[in-house]
Design a protein. Structure first.
Length: 80
């Protein structure tokens, strides 16, 4: 149960990071063709870091889960 809550939190952080990157353009406080406002630059950096770190954590969790499944599969195969 703890793992599911952790994965759900990582997914939410990832989506929040993506939203921060897209928000200046989706909401419209970054005018098209204008130089990036400080708020836009900040949103893009913070959102990119959040999305990147949470994505890396999700990949690491998935790799660990696959490793565990492979270990269990070998263990079952050895018993036969």
């Amino acid at each position: 149960m703890k793992a599911k809550a952790g994965v759900a939190a990582l997914v939410l952080v990832f989506l929040g990071g993506l939203w921060l990157v897209a928000a200046p353009f989706a909401v419209g406080y970054q005018p098209r063709g204008a130089a990036y406002a400080d708020a836009t630059v900040n949103d893009m950096w913070v959102g990119g870091v959040l999305a990147g770190l949470s994505f890396a954590a999700l990949v690491a969790y998935t790799a660990d889960a696959l490793r565990e499944l492979a270990r269990r599969g070998r263990h079952v195969a050895e018993k036969r």
